[in-house]
Ligand binder design. Structure first.
Ligand code: GLC
Ligand code: CA
Length: 560
């Protein structure tokens, strides 16, 4: 069945439901809150909403540990109110995507509860249950040397069964055995359930991890985190499974899929998303551009390196060109706030606008994460006990092996995912207007200055900038379809690129420094002949085809 290209023209808004808007006053964001805010979301000029998991979950990993795939968490509402949200979004011309988390379930999912009852239970083989190894002295060891990404070793012992189960993430997130055809049938049923209800697609959680190497071999050399990842990231069987989902289910619907793909190069990404008969997903969520101030994990921090960031963006732009489409993002629920990282809290609005233009005008589908559009910042929690994320404790355990605790705590404050999970700042009333009750998590104290209501009033706010640039992109073929070309890739302060399409050209100029520096337009551009379509300062004269930059200055010129 032929599929249209609507997903290439759209922009997506991501909702992390627990912190978006509380509609019933219990302190937890929910779907009643989302219903109230549908007009707000539409006003951003996005075309779709992606919901982080809304399903029943004990919240060991805030929804990414699902205990029932075909229902709504009572904290968030029920299927009835979900249908209202779905209809309300559709009535406003917005699509709705769900989060498909099938690398693992919750240990409280019925399948897992059954699977641990006995070795001959029909669900036993839904998971990776294995015998341990014994040392020569008779000490019990886990089946292999893999470590989990969230909590120590990747295996948890069950005394009753005398077997271990595999969990690549938290202990409460046992990995599903996708090699079992019955598990794949369950996944297909989940997909059909939501698609038949009218949902328009899925963001697929760590989908590149769903196939594990046969025999689950030991991994060498041994890494302190995620040891074993070579045996479960991007294994050939992952494509096979995804092909099966596509052939048997997705191809029967006009739907969209974007796969989360940690540790994946553009070359490997193409094996999933390149146009042609082997295409199994529409887009991938890349990671390399999010690693310009850290090493692999946000916790291992380095000074921000613009050249590294540009290289990552450009590599994906060039390598996918003409072959595949791309997801564009700079924030989500897994990373600290971008202004606090790549921009400047001091020049919050200026750097926020610059960062928005920097990624939204590239080739791909822009994703905007709740709060990004008003420039929410990191909360920087001072004490371990204040964190909610399961990763926090694990990261401190690992970091304190090498560093003093106070240093480790500083790194955590800057890098924790909890920075992105504080309640949305709607206005300057109590609890930032997020709830009339007691919020489930700390509201950032800066809500009196940073909130949506205040920015509604201000034509120059970041919020109104997001609206304008998303509208511009939607209406400009050059911004959607144009070829990408980077200038001055080695420059340590400016990110400059061009988009070109049918004789039109866009020149995007972004300064990543507060320093005043001379910028000279690249050859072939006469700034006087261009129309300035976006800028983050008021007056924008230029001299001799260039200018002296102000802090985090951004200018976008259109040549037609
Ligand atoms: C993905 C999710 C993240 C979650 C992890 C395990 O990376 O985005 O939030 O913790 O998968 O499900
Ligand atoms: Ca609520």
């Amino acid at each position: 069945m032929a599929k249209s290209d609507w997903y290439k023209e759209m922009a997506v808004y991501q909702i992390w439901p627990r912190s978006f808007c509380d509609g019933n006053g219990d302190g937890i964001g929910d779907l009643w809150g989302v219903l109230e805010k549908l007009d707000y979301i539409k006003s951003l000029n996005v075309d779709a909403i992606w919901f982080s998991p809304l399903f029943p979950s004990p919240n060991a990993d805030y929804g990414y540990d699902i205990s029932d795939y075909m229902d709504i968490h009572p904290d968030y509402g029920n299927l009835e109110v979900f249908r209202q949200v779905l209809d309300g979004a559709h009535a406003r011309g917005m699509r709705v995507f769900m989060d498909l988390v099938v690398n693992h379930t919750s240990d409280e999912h019925r399948w897992f509860v059954e699977s641990r009852k006995s070795k001959d239970n029909p669900y036993h083989d839904y998971y990776f249950w294995r015998k341990g190894r014994l040392t020569r002295r008779g000490r019990r060891l886990p089946p292999n040397n893999w470590s989990s990404i969230f909590e120590g070793g990747a295996w948890e012992y069950d005394a009753k069964l005398d077997e271990y189960y595999l969990h690549v993430f938290a202990k409460k997130q046992p990995d599903l055995n996708m090699a079992n055809p019955r598990v794949r049938d369950e996944v297909k049923n989940i997909l059909r359930f939501w698609l038949d209800m009218g949902v328009d697609g899925f963001r697929e959680d760590v989908i590149t991890f769903i196939a594990k190497d046969e025999g689950l071999p030991n991994s060498y050399p041994v890494l302190p985190v995620a040891n074993g990842v070579n045996h479960y990231a991007n294994r050939p069987k992952a494509h096979e499974y995804l092909k099966e989902f596509k052939r048997e289910v997705l191809d029967f619907y006009d739907c969209f899929t974007v796969g989360e793909s940690p540790m994946t190069s553009p070359e490997v990404a193409l094996s999933y998303i390149a146009e042609g008969e082997n295409k199994v997903l529409d887009e991938m969520i890349a990671f390399s551009h999010m690693e310009a101030d850290c090493f692999m994990l946000d916790m291992i921090q380095l000074p921000f390196n613009l050249v590294k960031m540009k290289k990552a963006f450009s590599e994906w732009q060039y390598k996918l060109h003409g072959k595949a489409w791309n997801a564009l993002y700079i924030e989500n629920h897994d990373h600290p706030r971008i202004i606090s990282r790549y921009g400047s809290e001091e020049y919050r609005t200026e750097s926020g606008k610059m960062l928005a233009a920097m990624y939204i005008l590239q080739r791909g589908t822009p994703f905007v994460y709740q709060g990004q559009e008003i420039g929410m910042l990191n909360i920087n929690l001072p004490e371990l006990g204040m964190y909610k994320d399961v990763m926090a404790e694990n990261n401190i355990d690992i970091a304190t092996r090498f560093l003093p605790r106070s240093t480790a705590m500083k790194l955590l404050a800057r890098s924790s995912r909890d920075n992105a999970r504080t309640p949305f700042q709607w206005d300057d009333s109590r609890n930032a207007g997020f709830t009339t009750g007691t919020p489930w998590f700390f509201v950032n104290e800066n809500y009196r200055e940073i909130n949506a209501a205040q920015q509604e009033e201000d034509p120059n706010s970041l919020l109104n900038f997001y609206r304008a640039i998303l509208k511009f992109r939607k209406e400009s073929p050059v911004a959607i379809w144009g070829d990408y070309k980077e200038y001055f890739p080695k420059d340590k302060n400016f990110y400059v690129y061009e988009r070109s399409y049918e004789g039109k050209r866009l020149l995007v100029i972004c300064s990543f420094t507060r320093k005043a520096l001379r910028f000279d337009a690249p050859e072939g551009f006469d700034l006087g002949a261009g129309r300035l379509v976006f800028a983050n300062y008021e007056s924008n004269f230029f001299i001799m085809n260039g200018f002296t930059s102000r802090p985090y200055e951004m200018r976008v010129y259109l040549f037609e």
